[in-house]
Design a binder for this molecule. Sequence first.
Ligand code: IPM
Ligand code: MG
Length: 357
Amino acid sequence: MYKIAVLPGDGIGPEIVPEAVKVLEVVARRTGIEFKFTEALVGGAAIDACGRALPPETLELCRQSDAVLLGAVGGPKWDALPPEERPETAALLPLRKELGLYANLRPAYLFEPLAEASPLKREIVSGTDLIIIRELTGGLYFGPKKREKTEGDEMAYDTMFYTRAEIERIVRLAFQIARSRRRHLTSVDKANVLTSSRLWRDTVESLKGEFPDVTVEHMYVDNCAMQLVRRPTQFDVIVTENTFGDILSDQASVLTGSIGMLPSASIGGSTALYEPVHGSAPDIAGQQKANPLATILSAAMMLKYSFKMDREAAAVEDAVGRVLAKGYRTADIYVPGTKLVGTAEMGTLVRRELQEG
Ligand code: IPM
Ligand code: MG
């Protein structure tokens, strides 16, 4: 029996998360493995209910669970709060930090039927299958920061801070993941300008002897942004700093048709966390318009990384592929000639394929 903490959060979270939970329930029936789901509050929903974005009970539940499934947090209602109270900075970042989730895996895989949904040309996106490994508990997000009034002015800073040990653990993991894929690692930095990037690059160089079967290349982050939309098929595994990974993963999502397709796994601690890369999308919340596939694919990552159920993970991915091949689309990936469906309907279609497959 596995215990799964379920944190729907805000905006479209409460619409997409149940679709993924129901997919896991089908997996449970197929395999006889039991999942125990416990729901908890996080983000704006938690602020409204109890005044705190990450209530201690929620954190405790996550710690005691075998995996966490999260929807999204944040929305205009809470944007005006001071930074230390906002859902993003008071719930999501501390949750990642407290659980020790230093590695964020963001695969950008194009399901071929979606090639037409990308604003990029089919011949560019076709064959995209890469994974961004974003360092998640250090770098610019977590280094020393300050904002203060000075004489007649105001100043603020954030610091891109890393220790060699922090870089080593994420880079090692990236090498290992590269080994399980096409054995090509691109380390992305800004070593022509940033000191922390030079430490990053030196660390990669010092580790590569341990992984002689993996080819390593260094790439500046600005060039990587360009290469991702110019020739994405050159990438297999990308490893990079927290902020760089945040930005590059949104960009990479366009290769898959929509950010509504991009799942993620945050690993490294004792309990891993799975969440779609997209946000809470308040503009379409409560309208059954959201794409649940990123969350369903995040649940597939949970099966693979937390429960070592690789076959079931692949079965969920295949079910998603078949639904797309049959022409069903949520609004974000809709093109004329395909069949437009809502959030719950998309979830039902995936489960039907999974049951039949
Ligand atoms: C993401 C998001 C978060 C981040 C925000 C909501 C704090 O953009 O998961 O990519 O920057 O990490
Ligand atoms: Mg982001």
